[in-house]
Design a protein around this ligand. Structure first.
Ligand code: SF4
Ligand code: SF4
Length: 92
């Protein structure tokens, strides 16, 4: 399942997507993110598998939370680079 976190406003669409089928729960994105955007949540209460999610505190301000990682001409992001399975994607 692709879990989309974020919002749209007059300046664009700001979504961070976690592909929970690919997420292994390794927590490398938590360690890599300087803004503490991520948290671990139970994907399914039955199997208790933990996956990454965007915390409530950042869901409505991702454009600003991620801004320091996205200087003009940036070529990679710490969270995306840390995620070996390729479970993370940004819309902007
Ligand atoms: S780095 Fe990728 S695989 Fe690991 S917890 Fe984060 S999203 Fe999941
Ligand atoms: S772009 Fe930077 S601040 Fe945004 S989630 Fe990734 S590591 Fe965290």
């Amino acid at each position: 399942m692709k879990a989309h976190y974020g919002y749209e406003d007059g300046s664009g669409r700001f979504y961070l997507t976690v592909d929970t089928d690919l997420c292994t729960g390794c927590e490398d994105c938590l360690a890599a993110c300087p803004a503490e955007v991520f948290e671990m949540v139970e994907e399914d209460p039955i199997d208790e598998r933990m996956v990454a999610a965007v915390s409530d505190a950042h869901r409505k301000k991702l454009k600003y939370s991620c801004n320091p990682c996205k200087p003009s001409g940036y070529t990679s992001l710490p969270c995306v680079a840390a995620c070996e399975p390729g479970a993370l994607a940004h819309s902007w």
